[in-house]
Design a protein around this ligand. Structure first.
Ligand code: ARG
Length: 269
């Protein structure tokens, strides 16, 4: 069974601006609605996966976005490995020690990249279902993180260049699905990276429209043939259904104000 880590939005709000979605959103989160939306997502995911929780910490509003805690290598043995994030912005750096404490208390081997290498975890590092690691760079994680992670985990990884600040983490524009399928937003990537995606995924790519991308359609969680995502267009749902995916839409409007959606609110552990 898939295992996910989430963090209740007890202290979630938009109180600073570190991505374009947060601009104009300071103080605008409806906290009761955010709680309700998070619970809906939690309840949906709990039926499909085993969801663990990390205790939220006051003053760290973005800690709900557990995708950024680090990257888990489940295939490692004897212990699972956790590569701890080292955030670009001071506003999120306070989260690092809580995530590290959590993973070491759970028996993971905690690894660190070199001092000064920015890395924002599974937000910028996603395994496709064939086990290849894709890493995003351009706004948050440092390109140096790729080499260091390949060396630390002994695996191959490819870098995708993000070129639009609205799609600042790889998981805002790229979502690998089972059987080599992919959901992605073309304009988020450099030409070279679009070519690399076409090479690797060919006809298995569902390219989303700009309105869907703005609604974080790429920020989906998949469990087997079920895809859990924010509100998307009928076209996108049809494209997924055509490929035999069951779609569950769950409104996360309050989290979009901080620049995150369903996938950002989870970390595969
Ligand atoms: N406000 C958060 C930030 O800018 C949102 C993070 C969303 N997480 C993600 N994996 N895309 O860091």
């Amino acid at each position: 069974m898939k295992r996910l880590l989430m963090c209740e939005p007890k202290f979630f709000e938009v109180s600073y601006v570190i991505n374009p979605w947060m601009e104009g959103s300071i103080g605008k989160v409806n906290k009761a609605l955010a709680k309700q939306q998070w619970e809906n997502l939690y309840n949906t995911l709990s039926k499909l996966a085993s969801v663990s929780l990390i205790e939220p910490v006051a003053g760290l509003p973005d800690m709900v976005f557990t995708a950024n805690a680090g990257l888990v290598q489940k295939r490692a043995s004897p212990k699972k490995q956790f590569i701890a994030s080292s955030f670009r912005y001071p506003e999120r750096q306070g989260e690092e020690k809580y995530f590290e404490e959590y993973f070491s208390s759970q028996g993971y081997e905690v690894l660190h990249l070199q001092q000064g290498t920015v890395f924002e975890g599974a937000g910028d590092a996603l395994f496709d279902t064939r086990g290849k690691l894709w890493m995003g760079s351009g706004f948050r994680s440092d390109p140096r993180a790729v080499k260091e992670i390949m060396a630390a985990l002994g695996i191959q990884a490819s870098v995708l260049e993000l070129i639009d600040p609205r799609w600042y983490h790889l998981d805002t524009a790229f979502c690998p699905l089972p059987e080599g399928q992919l959901v992605a937003y073309e304009k988020a990537f450099s030409e070279k990276s679009v070519e690399a995606l076409k090479q690797a995924f060919g006809n298995n790519i569902i390219w989303v429209s700009e309105p869907d991308a703005r609604n974080f359609a790429c920020n989906a969680v998949s469990v087997d043939q079920t895809v859990i995502l924010p509100k998307v267009s009928a076209e996108m749902k049809a494209a997924l259904a055509q490929r035999d995916f069951e779609v569950i839409e769950t409104d996360v409007s309050e989290f979009l104000k901080a620049g995150g959606a369903c996938k950002c609110l989870t970390l595969e552990i």
